[in-house]
Design a protein around this ligand. Structure first.
Ligand SMILES: [Zn+2]
Length: 241
């Protein structure tokens, strides 16, 4: 019953968001969120010039962030964050539009950029795994932003999207106002994975923002615990600290 209701709610949400999207485009034609110019494609939140000027997150910076979590050291075969995230910066507007502003289609386009960057640096995974949201959070928001990104990554890498491998049965409170230690305690037991599906594979986890890395590390450890051979990570953003 619950799953029927979820499906019905999700289908209704999708129809509503398609209608809303059409209306939004009529009232507010897509504009670059950095400079208000016309983007090259309505699926991209930024024009080519603003895309060019985004600050790439250094690989060492991503590794250093993960190393600060005792359980994160050496966990990921490869970890990539595409851009640096500053409070009040262009990427925050992008993330806001994408996460809360009913522009989920930005996700696949941004995911394709992440996929291209990943392909330049690392070995291709067997499948692409979005970091799941808890059911309640997904219903509130209507979609999982990590899944939209993961779809774009999977398309670019020509690898399957495996949103069946990882689930999030335990609800967690928002991480926003928590310290590093609190974030880790909040999320460490949040995920579950299906052993027979994960075993032996190299899985690429996808999420939107890497802050302390707690969520990504908890998800990665869950996949390894279920027998995964290797896990890698790609996020859209690395929060500046
Ligand atoms: Zn622009």
């Amino acid at each position: 019953m619950a799953s029927f209701l979820d499906t019905a709610a999700s289908a209704t949400g999708q129809i509503l968001s398609t209608v809303t999207r059409g209306l939004l485009d009529l009232v507010y034609p897509p504009r670059c969120l950095g400079c208000s110019a016309r983007p090259e494609s309505p699926d991209l939140p930024l024009c080519p010039r603003c895309l060019q000027s985004m600050e790439r997150a250094p690989t060492m910076g991503v590794a250093a962030r993960l190393d600060r979590l005792p359980t994160g050291q050496g966990l990921f075969d490869h970890a990539l964050a595409l851009w640096v995230f500053d409070k009040g910066g262009t990427l925050q507007s992008v993330q806001h539009a994408f996460k809360y502003g009913n522009r989920p289609r930005y996700g696949a386009a941004l995911g394709r950029l992440m996929g291209s960057a990943y392909a330049e640096e690392a070995e291709l995974p067997e499948g692409v795994v979005p970091i799941p949201l808890h059911r309640t959070r997904k219903l509130e928001r209507g979609y999982n932003q990590a899944q939209m990104l993961a779809q774009g990554v999977a398309d670019t890498l020509d690898r399957p999207l495996r949103d069946d491998l990882l689930s999030r049965p335990t609800p967690t409170r928002s991480q926003t106002d928590l310290s590093r230690e609190e974030r880790w305690r909040n999320v460490r037991d949040a995920f579950a994975a299906t052993d027979e599906q994960c075993a032996g594979g190299h899985w690429l986890l996808v999420d939107d923002v890497l802050t302390t890395g707690s969520t990504a590390v908890a998800a990665g450890l869950t996949l390894i615990g279920a027998g995964a051979d290797a896990v890698s990570l790609a996020t859209l953003a690395l929060a500046r600290q």
